[in-house]
Design a protein around this ligand. Structure first.
Ligand code: URA
Length: 200
């Protein structure tokens, strides 16, 4: 355990200096994963957003707040899970004083996979829950993910780990009306509960 924790720390340190793709140029810092080194459940998001980029921690902005509410409703302690992202730098386009979120492309996601692979091999979670399509593509290696069909089911990942996919919290925030947002939130809670049950 102490050895894995030390290795994870040193990988995080290495990732801090990552220039493997151009995304580091517009970002403040690398946002590495966080959580107990041998967490049974790992959650993987897309990439840090504006607030995560500034804070240096995953899921601390609006999507993180929604995720925190869903975790609480699912009875999952955030302190007991490992939270990370498929891409470790905030991809954005500066627009005046704002930085507009841009979805990472396939090249950026694939090149960043080296870090998540290291996190997975050290944490060795029982179940990895992909939040949204980018994380699901990164973890499965597949280009096509049909969230509406695939969500909530246990799947085998190419590296032998057990996985599951669900909606990204940001997608719920972007839903057009309160009814859709409520249904989206309930779906996320349901999938979180299923993931936690499988993780044990
Ligand atoms: N969205 C993500 O996918 N990850 C974060 O850390 C924050 C927002």
């Amino acid at each position: 355990m102490a050895r894995a924790a030390a290795e994870l720390k040193s990988v995080a340190e290495e990732a801090r200096a990552c220039t493997r793709c151009p995304l580091y140029r517009n970002a403040t810092q690398t946002v590495f994963g966080e959580g107990p080194v041998h967490a049974k459940l790992m959650l993987v998001g897309e990439q840090p957003g504006d607030q995560e980029d500034l804070a240096g921690r995953p899921f601390v902005g609006p999507a993180g707040k929604l995720l925190d509410r869903a975790l609480a409703e699912a009875g999952i302690d955030r302190g007991k899970i490992y939270l990370t992202n498929a891409v470790k730098h905030f991809k954005n386009e500066p627009r005046g004083k704002k930085r507009l979120h841009k979805r990472p492309n396939r090249y950026e996601t694939e090149i960043c996979k080296v870090w998540i692979d290291k996190e997975i091999s050290l944490v060795r979670p029982v179940l990895i829950l992909a939040l949204g399509v980018t994380a699901a593509q990164s973890l499965t290696g597949r280009r096509t993910i049909v969230l509406s069909h695939e969500r909530g089911h246990s799947i085998a990942l190419p590296d032998g780990h057990r996985g599951m996919v669900t909606t990204h919290p940001s997608a719920i925030l972007r839903m057009p009306d309160e009814t859709a947002r409520r249904a989206g939130f309930a779906g996320l809670v349901r999938d979180l509960k299923a993931a936690a049950k499988l993780a044990g």
